[in-house]
Design a protein around this ligand. Sequence first.
Ligand SMILES: [Ca+2]
Ligand SMILES: [Ca+2]
Ligand SMILES: [Ca+2]
Length: 331
Amino acid sequence: MPAFRRMTMLPLCLAIAGPAACASGEDNDWRDADAQGDGLPETTDVTDPSDDPEADGEGDGEGTGDPVETEGGEEDVPGDLPADTPLDGGCGNAVLEPPEECDDGNDAPGDGCESDCLTTCHAATECADEDPCTDSTCEEGGTGRLCVERFNRVACDDAEPCTSSDVCDGAGSCGGTPVACTIPPPDECADASNLRVYGTTGTCDGSSGTAECSYPSSLQFCTYGCAGGECQSDPQQDLHIDIYVDNFCNMNVVPPEVSVPSGQTALLTYHNNSVDYPVDVWLSYGGGYLDLMTGTIWADPFEWCAGDYSYTGYADISTACSDHRLLIHCL
Ligand SMILES: [Ca+2]
Ligand SMILES: [Ca+2]
Ligand SMILES: [Ca+2]
């Protein structure tokens, strides 16, 4: 059988005289013998699996990996190369030969085919890098298989504490939204007389590894002292003096005297509750009110206890036929 002759003659020829002798020796050329022996076209012998499957598989030089047969047989020359292209075999000859994964004929790495005729990558795991903003895959490309990086938009960490919700921007960069410092600490008493007031907008400092907002502050003097994180309000005493005069002109003042804590002011409000008598209120510290009519009031601030000293004043309350001296003490 022609195919059988082909298998056996080629290794024998190589072993004895080498490929050159085989190609030139007319008697040992298996193709010539094949063509002349049975008169069938060459392709019929090589490709017809019904002829001799075993012979076809090895003779094609495509599946056996046998270096002797594949490198020596002209049947292995790819279709895009001239039939007489010499094949010395090996990596770098631009011809894909087992067990090469690729052969791009150059030594350039990273182009899909490495200088050892292995593809640049085989799986995505070989392409993974530390950059969270790229997705790595191994794909057909270049002269074999390449690592391909694509930008993504996944969550990331930009290593900046003063940004939050960090995310990849689809262009390879990771960034976040600046932390807003808009919650200042509550005001606090710097001392007994001053309140520390913080601004509403602060600045973020990430140098410690965590986001820390700091806020500008200023001191505000508290006229009536600072306590509990706030300036105290005017501790004015609200005092009411009710004046009663009966039909016999007897006067009754409730309370008969008042006291104001030292350091505080007071507002004294005089109420004329009499049915018939207007009253006069005349003050030891100056001024007063004449003819305060029935059913009306008069309010007068008293500031003589605001200082750090002791004082006692009074208000003379009178009608044409009665009077009362209201003492005003500083405690
Ligand atoms: Ca090769
Ligand atoms: Ca290459
Ligand atoms: Ca951040």
